[in-house]
Design a protein around this ligand. Sequence first.
Ligand code: PAF
Length: 281
Amino acid sequence: MHAINTKKELIERLRDIRPSNSLGLVPTMGALHKGHLELIKKAASENKYVVVSIFVNPTQFNNIDDLNKYPKTLAKDLELISKVDMDILVFAPSVEEIYDDSVKAKNYDFGGLDKVMEGKFREDHFNGVGTIVEQLFSIIKPNRAYFGEKDFQQLRIIEKLVESQDIPVQIVPCPIVREDHGLAMSSRNERLSNETRLKAGFIYKTLQTAKEQFGTKSALDIKEWVKNQFLENDDFELEYFEIMDVETLTPIKSKTTNVKYRAFVAVYANEVRLIDNIALN
Ligand code: PAF
């Protein structure tokens, strides 16, 4: 493992590597968990070299409190990465290194993918994600980049970014990794009490039942059922539950053959915001 803090050093380091070797990128905001490790291991199995970026990107937070409370555990992260059976390059820049004087996001046209769910509740979030990911692609020029399906909307938006800007990188989607009782792994889980963390298996259980119901019930009935499940549960507050066409991220009207659907949920557990999703067909 080799940690680098500046674009200049990283570019120099990659100059000799890139022309003749495959290079994988795993972009992260640190506070690494088993889900990240799966992405890193997959990248290591498919590429000769791997860069893991660790950068808590301020422009994708619409809430300063959320940014300030985001766990920052660089020393622990580096230790975890050093256990992977490959000499990983870690890029951990400062905010100034990435944004110079102006900590601002670019404005993108994601064709409406950013107007629903996370985009609706977290204004400008995806402009911030696009800004940092585009910059990482431009500095590192990876052959492949690895993103978890837990942030499925983010994954679709990055696919759109790559397609619309003609960026020569393969986006590799990776399945959601879950804790034993079903909670999707997330850096934010660290902020839950042990008790709430155990109870949060309820979120995935609800998604699984919604999936079972998808065969026989209407989307409207499923939405109503999910809403009631959360109303009856004092530990979690539902922000949204949506059933979307995975290509367009538009809400289902009526089930259409050959269209793939996913159910998406965002939930508050006290002040901690959790998201999850499940493929329905
Ligand atoms: O998914 C994340 O951790 C972040 O949104 C990403 C892709 C690293 C961009 O900051």
